[in-house]
Write a protein that binds this ligand. Structure first.
Ligand SMILES: *Cc1c(COP(=O)(O)O)cnc(C)c1O
Length: 422
């Protein structure tokens, strides 16, 4: 008698699921993911690729690492705020704050009195403390939401004056003209693409003017015969000035001299400043609104505010970013990676080359961050990506820049390259 066909002996799903490792995985990952792994292993056994006894082991090996398809990656591009890779990585303090906030918490509750309390007051106080020039602050979902709320509350049915030189598309489909049109305000362009003067604004101001919007054209530079009007001059027009500084610098930074910041714009007379939380601030996705108490209050009371509010996880991460240690984005702007890059290159037997990193995320366009990279064969780019290491292909080589890679992950980069080259 010959052995029965092993394909007939493939264990049934419920039998495989009694394996304690798979039972534990069901708790951690959910039943559907575990069942998928079992079904895939059974299929391999039916094709004769596995012995029936190996099905449970293969199912365990085939389990996903976590219950989400979003994969963490190492950003070896040298671009610090990389939009496609999730912009700012959170600090360990912010990650801990998110975990602590993920259950029930006192986000909108006063434990001392048992009464309702102002939602997210800790984060709002931290933001106000970080920018003393702001009389009041507000946090919404992202920079675009901050701008929508500002123009809706100040200018719905009326006009928003914007310089033609600031009619920008930031990326991610963020087109200023479309955004403003969506609010029910009318955009009124003033000046020309390369030059706009205070009199252009002054000629356009009238009873129908809701606000003047000053947008930092953060992802490009206009050079040559140009002029634009600064906030202090716009503030003389007698209408509220909204300054979209975009990058999230709260105060001037000598490292980024061309980047506008919230404190300077407020001191120059802006009624409102808006910016993102996950660019240079290095926090969670958020839109920060800072400004005059009466103007911020108009935004806070607008019904749209409720649709744009942030969740407890964002509030927790934002507060920890503002109060906690230097976030990874800030550290990455100034880090010296030379020794680490040389160690990686020596371990791999490949050259080190100078490499200019960038702020990214539409911040400090044209400003290079001098640094280093290891140079590898360009064909490694794809295999390394699948191992979670994203580099930069330039002039036929793959460059790995450690600027935005945590030093504690250098060994992981080395291991990934070795796995792709062995
Ligand atoms: C990034 C940016 C925005 C959009 O902010 P999000 O947080 O991405 O919504 C708006 N304006 C400027 C100037 C920016 O740089």
């Amino acid at each position: 008698m010959s052995e029965p066909d092993p394909r007939r002996r493939v264990p049934r799903t419920d039998a495989v699921l009694t394996d304690p490792r798979l039972a534990a995985a069901t708790e951690r990952l959910g039943a559907a993911a575990v069942k998928d792994a079992v079904v895939a292993a059974q299929a391999r056994a039916r094709r004769g690729e596995l012995a029936p006894e190996q099905v449970a082991d293969a199912a365990v090996a085939g389990l996903p690492e976590r219950a989400t398809t979003l994969r963490p990656v190492l950003n070896a591009t040298g671009v610090v705020v990389h939009t496609n890779l999730g912009r700012a990585p959170l600090s360990a303090a912010a990650v801990e704050a998110v975990a602590a906030a993920s259950g029930y918490g006192d986000v909108e509750f006063d434990l001392a009195t048992g009464a309702r309390a102002r939602r997210g007051r800790g984060a709002l106080e931290a933001l106000a403390a970080a920018v003393p020039d702001a009389e009041q602050v507000l946090v919404v979902n992202n920079g675009a939401a901050a701008l929508v709320l500002a123009t809706t509350a100040l200018a719905a049915g009326r006009e928003v004056l914007v310089s033609r030189g600031e009619m920008v598309e930031i990326g991610d489909g963020f087109r200023l003209p479309d955004l403003i049109a969506s609010t029910g305000a009318r955009l009124r362009e003033v000046g020309t693409t390369n030059r706009t003067h205070l009199r252009d604004y002054a000629d356009a101001v009238g009873p129908d003017t809701g606000c003047v919007l000053k947008v930092h054209p953060s992802n490009f530079r206009v050079e040559g015969f140009t002029s634009s009007v600064e906030v202090d001059a716009l503030a003389t027009l007698g209408v509220p000035v909204v300054a979209d500084v975009g990058s999230g610098l709260l105060a001037p930074d000598p490292l980024l001299p061309d980047e506008p910041d919230a404190a300077t714009a407020l001191r120059a007379g802006a009624a409102l400043v808006t910016c993102s939380g996950d660019k240079l601030l290095g926090g969670p996705q958020a839109g920060l609104v800072l400004g005059r108490a009466d103007v911020v209050e108009r935004l806070r009371r607008h019904p749209l505010q409720r649709a744009l509010r942030v969740d407890k996880l964002t509030l927790a991460a934002l507060e920890a970013t503002l109060r906690g240690p230097v976030p990874p984005v800030r550290a990455a702007l100034t880090v010296d990676t030379r020794a680490r890059t040389e160690a990686l290159a020596a371990a791999l037997g490949v050259p080190v080359v100078p490499h200019a990193g960038a702020v990214g995320g539409g911040g400090a366009p044209g400003q290079e961050l001098p640094g280093w990279a290891v140079a590898l064969d360009a064909h490694l780019a794809g295999p390394l990506r699948l191992r979670g290491v994203v580099g930069r292909v330039l002039e036929g080589r793959l460059l790995l820049d450690l600027r935005a890679v945590p030093a504690s992950s250098d060994a992981q980069v080395l291991e990934a390259v070795r796995a792709c080259t062995s």
